[in-house]
Design a protein around this ligand. Structure first.
Ligand code: GAL
Length: 448
C-alpha cells in the first residue's frame, strides 16, 4: 500500500510540475511578431478599376453580391489601427491595391498612394510594423484586358508598380510579400474555373505561372536593390505567402485518389516555392501533360516562406477535367465554410517547409469562418500550441498573422463568411470586437 501511495504521489507531483511548467513557459521567444492580416480589395471598398470589380458585376459572387464599400476601411482606417493597438499586435499585414495606384496603364495616382503613406505613418506612431503584400489576387482591369499574367509584359508592369510603392513607403517596410498564394490563384483561374479567366482545363496555366515566377524574382531583386541604395541598409525580408493545405485520399485504398491527393498537395504546397528556391518550375498535371521550366533568375529569391494555412481536404479522382474533386466529404469538424479544422496539419507543413527550404517561416495567414465565434478561440489556441511545440527550428518561426482583423469580402463567397476578430455591421460599418479578439489579446499580452 505504502508503495502505491508513494507511486501516486510521485505521479501527481511529476505530472503537476510538468503541467504547470508547460503553463508557465512562454509560447514563443522574444522578438516573435504577433500580427493580423487583411487585403485591400477585401476591406477598403470602391475598387472600381480592378479585374475583380468587373468580375463581380458579371454576377459570379454568391447571392449576386459585389464588394462595394467592403468594410469601408478607406474611411475608417484610423479606427482600425486603434483596434490593432488595443489588440496589442506588433505587425500588421495588408496589401497595396495596384488597381488604385495605377488605374490606367502608366498613370500612377499619387493621391491613392497617400492613403498607404498615411497608414504606414499611423502604424509607426502606434509601434506596429507594416508588412506589405504587393499582389493579393486582384489586378488592374486594364492588365486583365491585356491578358493578365499570361502576357509577359506583366513582369515589367509589376516591377514599375513595386518601384512606385517602394519610393513612397519602402524605407519603413522590412517585410514584403510579392504575391499572395500564387498557385491557388492560378489553379482557381485555369484548372477549377473559380476566378478569372474561369478555365477548367489546366492547359493554359503555363504562361501565367512562368510569368508570375519571373515577376516575383524581378521584384525580389528590385526591393533588395532599393534597400541597398539606402544608408541604413536595414535588412529587408522578401518572400511570397504560399497557400499550404493537407490533402488526403478520400478512398484510402484507391490508387487514383492517392495519386490525385499527392499531386494536388505537391502543386499547391511546393511548385511555386521550388521554383523560387532552386529555379526549377515543375507542375504535374493530373493528365499526361506536365510542365517543366528552368528559370535560373528565380533561384534563391526568397528570404522567408510565408505560410497561409487553413485546413485539410479529401481528394477524389474524377474522369473529366479538372480530374479532382476536393472537400470535407467525411464531415469532419469544420468551420462555417465546411473547412475541416485540423491543427496538426500546421505542424506538418511547417516542419516540412523548414526542412525543405533553408529559410525561416512566417505564418502569414491562419483563421476560421465562424459567425457565432464559438470555435475561433479553440482554433487560435490549438494552432498556436501546435506551432509553439515545433522543436526543430522554433526560433526560425518569425511570427503569426491571424486572418483576419475584420470580417470582410470573402471573394466568391461574398460577405457571408465571417473571418474577423472584429465583427462588421455592414449596414452601419460599426466595428464590434468579438470574444476571440479579447482572447487573442490575452495570449499576445502574456505570450501564453
Ligand atoms: C486566403 C486568402 C485570403 C482570405 C483567406 C480566407 O486564401 O489569401 O484573402 O480570403 O483565404 O479564405
Amino acid at each position: 500500500m505504502k508503495y502505491v501511495i508513494a507511486l501516486l504521489l510521485f505521479l501527481t507531483t511529476t505530472l503537476g510540475y510538468s503541467f504547470s511548467d508547460q503553463m508557465n513557459e512562454p509560447l514563443f521567444d522574444k522578438g516573435f511578431e504577433w500580427c493580423v492580416a487583411t487585403s485591400a480589395h477585401q476591406i477598403e471598398g470602391n475598387n472600381f478599376h480592378s479585374d475583380w470589380w468587373a468580375f463581380e458585376q458579371e454576377g459570379h459572387i454568391k447571392n449576386n453580391e459585389t464588394s462595394g464599400l467592403a468594410t469601408n476601411h478607406i474611411e475608417l482606417w484610423q479606427e482600425d489601427i486603434a483596434l490593432m493597438k488595443e489588440l496589442g499586435v506588433t505587425t500588421y499585414r495588408f496589401s497595396v491595391e495596384w488597381a488604385k495606384i495605377e488605374p490606367k496603364k502608366g498613370e500612377f495616382n499619387e493621391e491613392a498612394m497617400m492613403f498607404y503613406v498615411n497608414l504606414v505613418n499611423e502604424l509607426e506612431k502606434n509601434n506596429i510594423k507594416p508588412f506589405v503584400t504587393l499582389h493579393h489576387f486582384t489586378l488592374p482591369n486594364w492588365l486583365r484586358l491585356d491578358g493578365g499574367w499570361a502576357n509577359k509584359e506583366s513582369i515589367e508592369r509589376f516591377e514599375l508598380f513595386a518601384d512606385f510603392v517602394y519610393k513612397h513607403i519602402g524605407d519603413k517596410v522590412n517585410y514584403w510579400i510579392t504575391t499572395n498564394e500564387p498557385m491557388l490563384y492560378l489553379l482557381g483561374g485555369y484548372a477549377f474555373a473559380e476566378v478569372p479567366p474561369m478555365k477548367n482545363t489546366w492547359a493554359d496555366i503555363g504562361a501565367p505561372l512562368v510569368n508570375l515566377v519571373k515577376a516575383h524574382a524581378a521584384v525580389y531583386k528590385l526591393l533588395h536593390h532599393n534597400r541597398n541604395q539606402e544608408e541604413s541598409r536595414t535588412p529587408i525580408h522578401v518572400g511570397i505567402a504560399n497557400h499550404f493545405r493537407i490533402f488526403k485520399a478520400h478512398r484510402a485504398i484507391n490508387p487514383l485518389d492517392q495519386v490525385a491527393a499527392f499531386y494536388a498537395q505537391r502543386a499547391l504546397n511546393n511548385s511555386f516555392l521550388d521554383a523560387i528556391n532552386d529555379g526549377e518550375l515543375v507542375l504535374y498535371f493530373p493528365t499526361m501533360i506536365n510542365l517543366r521550366v528552368h528559370i535560373p533568375e528565380a533561384k534563391g529569391t526568397q528570404d522567408f516562406v510565408g505560410v497561409n494555412y487553413y485546413k485539410r481536404d479529401e481528394v477524389k479522382f474524377i474522369k473529366k477535367a479538372p480530374f479532382l474533386e476536393i472537400g470535407n466529404f467525411s464531415n469532419k469538424e469544420a468551420s462555417d465554410l465546411n473547412w475541416e479544422i485540423y491543427s496538426k496539419g500546421l505542424k506538418k507543413v511547417v516542419e516540412k517547409t523548414l526542412k525543405k527550404y533553408d529559410v525561416p517561416i512566417f505564418i502569414t495567414e491562419n483563421g476560421i469562418a465562424d459567425k457565432s465565434d464559438s470555435k475561433r478561440p479553440d482554433f487560435i489556441a490549438s494552432h498556436l500550441k501546435v506551432l509553439s511545440n515545433i522543436k526543430r527550428g522554433k526560433s526560425r518561426i518569425l511570427g503569426y498573422c491571424h486572418w483576419s482583423l475584420l470580417d470582410n469580402f470573402e471573394w466568391r463567397e461574398g460577405f457571408d463568411p465571417r473571418f474577423g476578430l472584429v465583427e462588421i455591421d455592414y449596414e452601419t460599418f460599426e466595428r464590434k470586437p468579438r470574444d476571440s479578439f479579447y482572447y487573442y489579446k490575452s495570449i499576445i499580452r502574456k505570450n501564453k
